[in-house]
Design a protein. Structure first.
Length: 177
C-alpha cells in the first residue's frame, strides 16, 4: 500500500459531506464536519431569510442525523436552549457568532459560564451535559451556520426570559429541499 491510501479523503462538496455522514458513525461526525471548508455560495439553494427571526433550512434529515442551514439577519439570537439529549456541531459558514454556554447554579438559576466567538469554518460542539447555550449573529450582515445533529432533534427546551423557566419547544423547518 502506498501512503496515499492511508490519507483520509479531503471532502470537497456538500454532497461528499452528506455521503461521509451517511456512511460514517456518530463517533466520526466531529472529524467529518471539521474536515471540510465551505464557501457561502455552496448553500445558495438552501438559503431563506427573514427580518423577524433566523430561519431553519433542512438540507437532510434521516434517522441518524440532521443537517440544517440556519440563516441569520444581523442581530438574530436563539433563546437559551438544550438539544433534546442529542449532540450538536455548529460550523460557521459566513459571519461571526457569539456562543454563550450556561449552567444552573446551586439555587437553580442560569449563569453564563463561557462565551466564545466563532468565525467562518470554525466548529463548536454542544451536548446537554455541558449545559445550555445560545447563539447570536454578531456580524453587521446576514450570516449562515451549518448545524449537524447526531439524531434529529424534534423537541428541545428553550428558556423563557419572562418566566425564568424552560418550556418545551417543537422544532420545524422554514424550508426543505
Amino acid at each position: 500500500m502506498n501512503s496515499s491510501e492511508h490519507t483520509p479523503k479531503v471532502l470537497q462538496s456538500l454532497d461528499e459531506l452528506i455521503t461521509a455522514l451517511t456512511e460514517g458513525e456518530r463517533a466520526t461526525f466531529s472529524h467529518i464536519i471539521n474536515s471540510i471548508t465551505f464557501t457561502p455560495n455552496t448553500f445558495d439553494k438552501y438559503c431563506s431569510w427573514s427580518n423577524e427571526s433566523y430561519t431553519r433550512n433542512c438540507i437532510i434529515n434521516n434517522e441518524d442525523f440532521e443537517l440544517i442551514l440556519i440563516c441569520w439577519s444581523e442581530g438574530h439570537r436563539t433563546p437559551i436552549h438544550d438539544h433534546g439529549g442529542e449532540e450538536c456541531w455548529v460550523k460557521v459558514i459566513d459571519g461571526n457568532f457569539r456562543e454563550v454556554i450556561y449552567q444552573k447554579d446551586e439555587v437553580g438559576e442560569l449563569k453564563a459560564i463561557k462565551t466564545t466567538i466563532s468565525k467562518p469554518n470554525e466548529v463548536t460542539y454542544m451536548k446537554d451535559f455541558m449545559g445550555y447555550h445560545s447563539l447570536e449573529n454578531i456580524s453587521n450582515k446576514r450570516s449562515m451556520s451549518l448545524h449537524l445533529y447526531a439524531k434529529p432533534i424534534r423537541e428541545c427546551r428553550a428558556y423563557d426570559e419572562n418566566t425564568k423557566t424552560f418550556k418545551s419547544r417543537f422544532l420545524s423547518y422554514n424550508t426543505t429541499i
